[in-house]
Design a protein around this ligand. Sequence first.
Ligand SMILES: C[S@@+](CC[C@H](N)C(=O)[O-])C[C@H]1O[C@@H](n2cnc3c(N)ncnc32)[C@H](O)[C@@H]1O
Length: 237
Amino acid sequence: MTNEASSDETASEPAETAPTVGAGARAPTDHPKTASDIASIYADQADTMERMRWLDRKLTGRYRRRQFGDAAGRVLDVACGGGTNFAFLPVSTDLVGVDISPEMLAAARRELDRLDRDGELVRMDAQQLAYPDDSFDTVISALSTCTFPDPVAALREMQRVCKPDGRILLLEHGRSDVGPIDRFLDWRAEAHYEKHGCRWNQDPVELVRDAGLPLIDVHEHVLGIITRIEASPVAVR
Ligand SMILES: C[S@@+](CC[C@H](N)C(=O)[O-])C[C@H]1O[C@@H](n2cnc3c(N)ncnc32)[C@H](O)[C@@H]1O
């Protein structure tokens, strides 16, 4: 699929597609959320997330720096949220950020201003990226596959828009290596999903496999909860 990119900050409404999830997503499936549901949740959370960005940076900054610090060329940040990744990208990169939430994109614009950086921000559904094939040198995404109604579709879109000699760099959260923590995540998964639209007990590496993206590099941190993944944009035939 090849689409033309929209260059304004208010692209079309998200499609109400029926969510499907791969084996890596242990979704609470009783009430699967649509992209519009997720956009509403983040409309409510954008302000708090922007105010708490200092804490996010303290908790995840070192992993963002390691994962995205050598991104190069034209970079797409998928589900960029309030732009927490932007401070960790080299200033030489040509940055495009997309997100389903206008409120999160407004926070991302303020982050670009704070960093005194240029960048293009577009409202867009990660599951249907409006960019032609092979548009980006580097595709990055952080803490996002847990919220996509169809994370496998979104990962395949990242692969499609990434040049064959480009890089796909992910920073995700999910299951823990530690039994009691993992059981807690399972126990609270449904309530957490209802409130935040986040499947916090999914396995991001399994999702990448489900999407058919070859794994290049995987590093786990924080008792296995945080995972840095590099995947290949070239599908195995
Ligand atoms: C937990 S936040 C992470 C934001 C940012 N990547 C970060 O690391 O701080 C998840 C983000 O995914 C976005 N999102 C969820 N579903 C989306 C979709 N289908 N298309 C685009 N963005 C989506 C939300 O609006 C939200 O900004």
